[in-house]
Unconditional design. Structure first.
Ligand code: PMP
Length: 287
């Protein structure tokens, strides 16, 4: 089956899909993106993801390439054409094509829009054995709240993690605190059973999964607090886990080679993953 990509108004064969070499996303990483998870033909948290896209665009003064209604239609059309049941939709908006100059183009330029999809196996409510993370210095800029395609520090951190046999990197700030993962938010469960994740400010991306989980914690009457936590505190925690649109809730069983708790998937992370999967299955079906 041919796989389609959406590129600036057209659905094209994914293998042939391309953008102009003067696209400012390609030249200068002058663009933003979003990833929406799809489960059983349902978009997970579509509204909040598109709201965050809107915020990223506004922060960088990039216009909307199409209306919000048109984007919702394109997402569904691409899902339908690619028979996407489980996986993700990737969308990217750049400032557009212009003669290369760091400053914004002085002539009107249409923002460029690309969407692709990725099929994957339906995520299990059971997390399996959990994952290992490796700490890496957080060398990113001071606007990590914007979901830009400028991801080089994240790429290098993730690669360092993978080369050490870990799945994710945990980024450590100048105070020795964990900001977030290279592409996920970071959480711990303290020995008192309190869930801790860093507060949202310019230092991290306000994850949509993080936000949904916060609501689930409230509904389950779990103790939850947003504050910085150090790498040392994380290593002594009862449990740890990551959240993202693609990982859902994934238990962390090892940090820098040291076992978290008893080194097994914890009860809280297991329960929260089950709750999240239930939440994801409750949306309106598209395909
Ligand atoms: N932090 C970073 C740096 C990310 O790239 C992501 C994934 N987009 C997240 C956190 C998790 O965000 P979400 O739950 O919206 O996928």
């Amino acid at each position: 089956m041919a796989r389609y990509a959406y590129v600036n108004g057209r659905y094209v064969d994914h293998r042939e899909a391309s953008v102009h070499i003067e696209d400012r996303g390609y030249q200068l990483a002058d663009g933003v993106y979003e990833v929406v998870g799809v489960r059983d033909g349902r978009l997970i948290d579509e509204g909040p993801h598109i709201d965050r896209l809107d915020r990223s665009l506004r922060e960088l003064r990039i216009g909307w390439p199409v209306t919000r209604a048109a984007l919702a239609f394109i997402m569904r059309e691409l899902m339908r054409r690619n028979r996407l049941r489980d996986g993700l939709i990737y969308m990217q908006v750049t400032r557009g094509v212009a003669r290369r100059d760091h400053a914004f183009p002085t002539v009107p330029v249409k923002p460029a829009l690309v969407l692709t999809t990725k099929n994957s196996k339906r995520a299990d409510a059971d997390p399996g054995p959990g994952i290992a993370v490796k700490s890496q210095p957080d060398i990113r800029w001071e606007r990590c709240d914007i979901k830009t395609v400028a991801l080089l520090p994240n790429v290098l951190a993730k690669q360092a993690a993978r080369e050490s046999g870990a799945y994710e990197a945990w980024l450590i700030d100048a105070d020795g605190c964990v900001t977030e993962g290279a592409s996920t938010n970071a959480w711990i469960v303290t020995q008192d059973g309190e869930l801790v994740t860093r507060q949202t400010d310019n230092g991290i991306l306000a994850g949509i999964t993080r936000h949904t989980l916060k609501s689930l914690c409230n509904a389950l009457q779990l103790k939850f607090v947003e504050r910085p936590f150090s790498l040392a505190e994380a290593k002594k925690a009862k449990e740890a886990f990551i959240t993202s649109a693609t990982s859902f809730v994934m238990p962390v069983v090892k940090i820098d080679g040291e076992a978290v708790g008893d080194g097994k998937v914890g009860l809280t992370a297991r329960r929260l993953r089950e709750e999240y999967v239930r939440f994801a299955a409750a949306g309106e079906a598209v395909t």
